[in-house]
Design a protein around this ligand. Structure first.
Ligand code: SF4
Ligand code: SF4
Length: 154
């Protein structure tokens, strides 16, 4: 009786030893994030960070339910809007993706990352230089997933 209990116990222990592990040893190990993961919104560019897709229309700022997008513009010589400031208060963002959905120019996506904590509010203030993100097939897939245009991408 006693011996069979030990055998049963060893069988259980060995079974766990070779079973598939579900625990991830964060931060050394990272679980893959799914397409459409909603990290902080980012401003997309194709070639260089100073040539953002954003046309400074402010539609995203008006769509943001918590008003954490701050945009300043001026009219250029050709009367087109020029983006002077595009800041996001990351500490107030609720990661809803409504800004990405609202942007008519595919100029916003959301980053694959969630480690954006800071020691004070100033550290959570992302300027347009910090928000600039080069477009990749992955960032475009995220954008279309979040915006609900997945089937319409090129
Ligand atoms: S809606 Fe798009 S193009 Fe318009 S200001 Fe926002 S990011 Fe820029
Ligand atoms: S994800 Fe939502 S809360 Fe964050 S900036 Fe965009 S609209 Fe605002």
């Amino acid at each position: 009786m006693f011996g069979s209990g030990i055998v049963q116990g060893m069988r259980t222990t060995l079974g766990h030893l070779f079973a598939k592990k579900y625990t991830i040893q964060y931060p050394e190990e990272r679980a893959p994030l799914p397409i459409g993961f909603r990290g902080l919104p980012r401003l997309v560019y194709d070639e260089t960070p100073d040539d953002l897709r954003c046309v400074a229309c402010s539609i995203c700022a008006n769509a943001c339910p918590v008003e954490v997008i701050h945009i300043d513009t001026h009219r250029g010589e050709d009367r087109k809007l020029v983006l002077d400031r595009f800041d996001i208060e990351a500490g107030g963002c609720v990661f809803c993706g409504l800004c990405v959905e609202a942007c008519p120019f595919e100029a916003l996506t959301m980053m694959h990352g969630f480690e954006i904590a800071g020691y004070n509010r100033e550290q959570l203030f992302w300027t347009k230089e910090m928000l600039a993100l080069k477009a990749t097939p992955e960032s475009e897939a995220d954008m279309h997933w979040i915006a609900g245009t997945k089937g319409k991408q090129a």
